[in-house]
Design a protein around this ligand. Structure first.
Ligand code: NOJ
Length: 726
């Protein structure tokens, strides 16, 4: 089918048939789904029933080849013009093979593996009938109280862009139309959902346009530049107007300025939410605002199907605005080949072979080992040797709740737990397992059993964290410490006088006071996915050496939040250690610095940085500078180091961040080996949004930093010359 045949199809469509394309409903509305059209809960309030399901153009959250084929078949039998349904689902970090959560994946800084994980997720989802995934989520995040930070790749605009691209490429592959094992990607949540005030989900976002463009928008743009087919709106306001009804954001910026002509979908219920937001009187006005803003598909509310026709009749909107949306939707259906192959990749037999394939699980294991971040390792307690007796203690010692939120079809009971992994590695008499406490409760008996198990061991491995309901959508917390019972457990174990290795399972940066001081080693495992236990054993015993680095700062305490590395300076000294000096920019009761900065992560070996040299200290628009630093492995293990490269613009027209990541390189060094790592500096890396929003660089002084994290760096100055400055 070509554009002209889509247009001639559209000519045959009634207005109501067109509007039906703009509605997305969840599985229970479709007869033929497992629930057989039985609608319960809040969905029952929808003024749509399974009987008038011709009012939908796409389906949300249904997968499984047999189910998708059955729904599509029934739909086509009843659809006068044979227009197939599009099946969309949240395939965020794996379909059945679950990978670490996105924030963890980012800590690998490994875009190739990230892309591979998305490719596998797409493959498993596509054979199970999914056409579009609601991913990647690229919202920049600075507030760990917000539960959805686990879905993001962190606080840095540059890293968010490179991961956005990797995920889009992984999901969509090289040839979306013909590769039936790929799915269309939908970048979300447009825009700036990650900046919800006070870290409370769905809350107000109020940013200057400069800040929006400088920090928050680049990752969405990067996904679109990579060919991402769809965009999802955000729940929040942007400059006083909810994103879903925001014409300036959607029509002027996304469509006109960026030229996006793909499908824009609202988030769940976000069109109707224009009413409680206080910008629409009723469903009809909500429909009017959303369609005018450019939202093509309304997810899970019925403002469009109930009111768009009326709005056309009344002359409030032109029918052409609906036609534009329908054209975009049908074009995507056509691009996915659905008119010719309405089941696309859905294949009941292939599904059995592809889903949870051992090769996929192997990639998940590899990615999990690279995603963990070693935060502390006193006296080289890690890696362990296999002759040690281990007490494995804590609510995550034998828990399958290591897949994390949004784990699609992942089955907790099938995830490899720590206990299972230890049992494969150690003889029974070397392993003693005790729960110690539940995630949020503790009993005296549990505590006593734990202390007993610990006293008979050489090393205590404590597995603690947040259960997966404590982060993710609507999973916000104001207290970002471990729940008190787990801190009590750690404190009690510390009295045993044995080395303690703490493994953390969580979806956000935590305040680790009460953990750090009682632990000899701390390994941030996040939610590591299907192969979590195996990956952690690989790290604990040094089969793999930790190399992950944080992509979101860990605050010293929640009162510092938001705390992020790429902040501005103030006019006053920052956090002067001299307590006599009052009028400086500091807290009276806490440091300014986070406990662990962006980019931080230890290895079992040590790296030393030296000799940062530049080929020139003067840069012009047409030249480049090569910076070289020597990195040496001065420890005893072969290890991987992520060498980071930052730039500071010392004087700008507007204030500039103290550091901005501009690149990084992963190198593997043998003990005693030194490598020269080079970075290229060019003028385009120095551009930023000026007060009038123009994007350009200024002449003047810059500082280049190279280091192992955003804080511990070597530095060198250079000048940008012969560049006009207004
Ligand atoms: C709401 C979430 O905000 C969004 O990320 C998700 O894709 C949709 N629900 C659909 O499940």
């Amino acid at each position: 089918m070509t554009t002209s045949t889509i247009q001639s199809l559209m000519k045959q469509m009634t207005l109501n048939e067109k509007i039906a394309q703009l509605l997305q409903l969840a599985g229970p509305f479709f007869k033929g789904s497992t629930e057989q059209g039985h609608i319960t809960g809040p969905m029952a309030a929808m003024p749509i029933s399974v009987e008038n399901i011709e009012h939908a153009g796409s389906v949300l959250g249904v997968s499984g080849a047999a189910e998708v084929i059955s729904i599509q078949k029934k739909h086509l039998e009843n659809n006068r013009l044979g227009i197939p349904l599009l099946f969309m689902a949240d395939i965020i970090h794996g379909y059945k093979t679950i990978f670490p959560v996105p924030l963890a994946i980012a800590c690998s800084w490994d875009t190739e593996l990230a892309q591979k994980s998305a490719e596998i997720a797409a493959k498993e989802a596509a054979v199970s009938g999914v056409h579009v995934t609601f991913a990647p989520m690229v919202d920049l995040v600075r507030d760990p109280r917000w539960g959805r930070v686990m879905e993001s790749t962190g606080e840095d605009p540059y890293l968010n862009q490179v991961f956005a691209k990797a995920f889009v490429n992984g999901f969509q592959g090289q040839d979306l139309s013909n590769d039936l094992q790929s799915v269309a990607a939908c970048v979300k949540h447009f825009a700036a959902y990650g900046a919800a005030e006070a870290g409370r989900d769905y809350n107000t976002v109020d940013l200057s346009e400069r800040q929006l463009r400088e920090s928050y928008l680049p990752a969405y743009k990067a996904a679109l530049d990579e060919g991402c087919e769809m965009v999802m709106t955000a729940f929040n306001t942007v400059d006083g107007i909810p994103a879903t009804g925001n014409e300036k954001l959607m029509r002027s910026l996304l469509r006109e300025e960026w030229g996006f002509d793909g499908v824009l979908i609202s988030d769940w219920g976000a069109v109707k939410e224009l009413i409680p937001h206080g910008v629409a009187e009723d469903d009809k006005e909500a429909a009017l605002k959303a369609i005018k803003a450019g939202v093509d598909i309304e997810m899970m509310t019925a403002c469009y199907v109930q009111h768009l026709a009326e709005l056309v009749t009344e002359g409030a909107i032109e029918e052409s605005i609906i036609d534009e949306s329908v054209l975009r939707i049908l074009t995507l259906k056509e691009k996915l080949g659905l008119f010719e192959q309405p089941y696309r990749g859905a294949d009941v037999e292939l599904e059995q072979q592809v889903v949870s394939h051992p090769d996929h699980l192997q990639v998940s294991r590899e990615l999990a080992t690279k995603s963990c971040v070693l935060l502390k390792n006193d006296n080289h307690i890690l890696p362990l040797t296999s002759n040690k007796n281990i007490a494995l203690i804590g609510p995550f010692a034998d828990s399958g709740d290591i897949l994390g939120p949004w784990s699609a079809l992942g089955v907790r009971e099938e995830a490899v737990t720590l206990k299972q992994a230890f049992e494969k590695h150690l003889p029974t008499n070397q392993l003693n397992v005790a729960t110690g406490c539940h995630v949020e409760t503790i009993t005296q008996q549990q505590l006593e059993e734990a202390v007993q198990a610990a006293s008979n061991a050489d090393v205590i491995v404590v597995a603690v964290g947040e259960d997966s309901e404590m982060s993710g959508e609507a999973g916000c917390r104001t207290n970002i410490q471990l729940p008190a019972p787990q801190l009590e457990l750690l404190k009690a174990l510390a009295t045993c006088g044995k080395p303690i290795i703490t493994l953390l399972f969580n979806g956000r940066p935590l305040d680790l006071h009460g953990v750090i001081e009682y632990s000899d080693a701390v390994l941030e495992a996040w939610y590591p996915g299907s192969e979590g236990g195996n990956a952690l054993l690989d790290l604990l015993y040094g089969v793999t050496i930790p190399s992950g680095k944080l992509t979101m700062s860990f605050p010293d305490n929640v009162g510092q939040v938001p705390v992020y590395y790429n902040h501005f300076n103030t006019g006053r000294p920052q956090g002067a250690p001299d307590a006599q000096e009052r009028y400086v920019s500091q807290y009276l009761d806490a440091p300014n610095d986070p406990l662990f900065p962006f980019g931080f992560g230890l290895s079992y070996t040590q790296f030393s940085y030296s000799d940062l040299e530049l080929t020139s200290t003067q840069l012009t628009k047409d030249s480049e500078i090569t910076a070289t630093a020597s990195v040496s492995n001065i420890g005893h293990f072969t290890g991987e180091e992520i060498v980071q490269f930052y730039i500071q613009d010392v004087v700008g027209e507007v204030v500039r961040p103290l550091k901005e990541l501009k690149g990084y390189q992963s190198i593997i060094l043998e003990p005693g080996e030194t490598q020269q790592v080079t970075f290229t500096i060019t003028e385009d890396q120095l551009r930023y949004h000026h007060a009038d929003l123009s994007f350009k660089s200024d002449n003047g002084s810059f500082v280049l930093y190279v280091g192992t994290n955003s804080k511990d760096v070597l530095s060198h100055s250079f000048q940008l010359i012969s560049q006009g400055r207004n």
